[in-house]
Unconditional design. Structure first.
Length: 507
């Protein structure tokens, strides 16, 4: 079943199906009719000789330069070519497909004045897997993601470079192999392909998907750590959560209680006379409050991105009044500030989650707090156990703290001071992937430490659901009885985490 693009009802699951699983796409009949209607408005303006920004004028600072009717088509080609100034590592296939889909959906709304052929070409490229080679750097998120979208548009018109069947080819050659006719741009169509926030939105949307997996996995890791440290479940009482009714905190508290239900370790803790602790450290006791704040923050970022999924971010926009008339209005829907702020919010959430994960790792490896053998090894001294695994977690966590520095409060004037306040949304979204890799590795280290701690408490067993998580971990890494390199274990378990096996236990 292909994804039908109307411009109005694209969902995150559909985006992930197309970007990650190669799902086919097609335009709805209603989208085609809306595009045809708005195209009539553009063609009437060109024929009338009236002036409209981006249709028969220059761009940005050059908006006052009038372009003759004979040069309107060349203007659009020149625009695509001149804006293809991106640099750096190319976007991944998933990021590229997400970006293509989002641009097609935005144009399908019918506010951009492009012919249906332009969007149908993007759909053909998705369906045959012609993926433009899009450099990841060069956007300040002002008039959207101009440079990245220009590299996408180059392939639409048979230029630039594309990946097709595993090879990097000239864009025209890739389109020919796929049986797609490149678009000969008409008035406004080059600008409509470039003006938009689809680069930053693609990266943010994919990051939010992985962040959801990681926050659930962090709940699983925290539950195992709680048992390894013989912590108390009292702090997760539903009445406490109700007294301060944040949705995220309640979700994490329920997850922790469910995961460790039936734990023998907890029962032994309750009756242990030698354990004089009244309360656990914050990294255990406040897990619902911290993980919950992360959940709520990610949910807010997702709400902002959800608005953008089905928004018109072109400029100018074409509004049809009736069969023969319409208005072409210049505005600023291309500005990336909402997404830049959402990306910063996601970055802070990712860094926060890594921070508390690392503190639980420290609690388990430090003999002063763990009530376990030093660094979780049966023979400390001869063996260093998880000593340096904690150091690695600390390094990753501190790196994420630096990467979480807000981008949306920065601005640098561009385009002759015409674009004098920019969002930096693309760079804000770009750093999320790096941060998520760091967080994924950190959670993998917590899982390894927690399972090692539980092994050291044998024959006592953790809860029934937590035991399933323990078995998943042990499928990638066996108990550490004597020192061995742990890098491969961390990498292997990190791959399992990314696949969602552990987060799925909560569903």
């Amino acid at each position: 079943m292909s994804v039908a693009l109307s411009g109005n009802d694209l969902t995150f699951p559909q985006l992930y199906d197309v970007a990650l699983r190669g799902e086919q796409v097609q335009l709805t009949a209603s989208a085609i009719e809306r595009m045809k209607a708005s195209r009539v408005v553009v063609e009437r303006l060109v024929g009338s000789g009236d002036t409209a920004y981006g249709i028969n004028t220059g761009f940005g600072k050059l908006a006052s330069v009038r372009i003759s009717t004979e040069q309107v088509r060349q203007l659009q080609v020149n625009l695509v070519r001149s804006h293809a100034c991106g640099l750096g590592a190319p976007l991944s296939e998933a990021e590229t497909r997400a970006m293509m889909l989002l641009r097609a959906n935005a144009l399908a709304k019918g506010f951009s004045g492009v012919r249906p052929q332009v969007v149908e070409t993007l759909c053909q490229m998705l369906n045959t897997k012609v993926h433009p080679l899009i450099p990841s750097q060069g956007s300040v998120g002002a008039s959207g993601d101009l440079a990245p979208l220009a590299h996408l548009a180059q392939v639409v018109i048979g230029e630039g470079r594309a990946v097709f069947q595993g090879k990097v080819l000239p864009g025209g050659e890739a389109m020919k192999h796929a049986g797609i006719t490149p678009v000969a741009l008409q008035a406004k169509e080059g600008l409509s392909l470039l003006n938009g926030t689809q680069g930053m939105l693609a990266l943010l949307s994919l990051a939010l998907r992985e962040a959801d997996i990681l926050v659930d996995t962090a709940d699983v890791a925290a539950a195992l750590s709680l048992d390894a440290l013989r912590g108390s479940p009292g702090a997760f009482d539903a009445r406490i959560m109700h007294a301060r009714a944040y949705a995220g905190a309640a979700t994490t508290a329920r997850n922790l209680a469910h995961l460790n239900e039936g734990s023998q370790i907890r029962e032994s803790h309750r009756s242990a006379e030698k354990d004089k602790r009244v309360q656990d450290a914050y990294s255990l006791r406040c897990t619902p409050q911290v993980h919950g704040a992360v959940r709520d923050s990610l949910a807010q970022a997702r709400e902002m991105a959800a608005v953008e999924l089905n928004s018109a971010t072109d400029n100018p926009l074409v509004f049809v009044r009736d069969a023969n008339n319409g208005d072409i209005i210049s505005g600023g829907n291309f500005h990336g500030q909402p997404l830049a702020m959402a990306a910063d919010q996601a970055a802070i959430a990712i860094a926060t989650l890594g921070g508390i994960v690392e503190r639980r790792i420290e609690q388990m490896t430090n003999p002063l707090t763990s009530m376990l053998p030093a660094f979780l090894t049966p023979e400390p001294g001869l063996n260093s156990g998880f000593m340096i695994a904690q150091v690695t977690a600390a390094a990753l966590t501190s790196e994420n703290k630096a990467l979480a520095t807000p981008h949306s409060v920065d601005s640098i004037s561009t385009s002759g001071n015409q674009e004098d306040y920019v969002s930096m949304g693309m760079s804000g979204a770009r750093r999320l992937e790096h941060m998520l890799v760091n967080l994924r590795h950190t959670i993998a280290i917590e899982l390894l430490c927690a399972c090692q701690g539980i092994d050291l408490l044998a024959p006592l067993q953790t809860g029934a659901l937590a035991k399933k998580a323990y078995q998943v971990v042990r499928g990638s890494s066996h108990k550490v009885s004597e020192d061995r390199p742990l890098a491969a274990d961390i990498e292997a378990l990190s791959t399992v985490v990314a696949g969602g096996t552990l987060s799925a236990l909560l569903r």
